[in-house]
Design a protein around this ligand. Structure first.
Ligand code: ZN
Length: 152
């Protein structure tokens, strides 16, 4: 990781941990929700999505966990709000590949923008599951999978 990414990583993680975006329930209109946890670290979140006409119109999350898990959730929801379901699913696969699989050339179909800083977590292999947890929860919510997700 170069110094620029490292610095950005620290700034973005700290910022989103301190002021998580969309840290709220969206109970009334939520039609997609899922929960999950990462027992290794104690991260536990529920994610709420309001999907209408194939577009993620509103997002929210609650729960608790470490700075990385919270920042990753906040960054993710900020990014997918207003996007269509197919794009959110593509983002999930791209982030998952970025963080967990270095063996294949990366799929750069979508410009990750700020989400690229999540790659900083690869320097701390124990924390990769903290960063990917909410992405799995969002994917489950989009698939209509109500079963609790666990990284174990
Ligand atoms: Zn964690």
């Amino acid at each position: 990781m170069n110094d620029e990414i490292r610095q950005l990583y620290e700034e973005v993680i700290l910022d989103h941990n301190k002021n998580p975006r969309n840290f709220k329930k969206v109970p009334e209109e939520t039609n997609h929700r899922a929960s999950g946890d990462n027992p290794l670290c104690g991260d536990q979140y529920s994610i709420y999505l309001t999907v209408k006409d194939d577009v993620i119109q509103d997002v929210g999350f609650d729960g608790a966990g470490c700075a990385i898990s919270k920042a990753s959730t906040s960054l993710m929801l900020e990014r997918v709000k207003g996007k269509n379901v197919a794009e959110a699913e593509k983002l999930f696969h791209q982030i998952h590949q970025l963080l967990t699989d270095d063996s294949k050339p990366h799929d750069h179909e979508i410009d990750l923008g700020k989400l690229e800083v999540l790659s900083g977590v690869k320097e701390f292999p124990m924390r990769v599951k903290c960063a990917t947890l909410s992405w799995h929860i969002m994917n489950a919510a989009l698939q209509g999978n109500q079963e609790a997700i666990s990284t174990e």
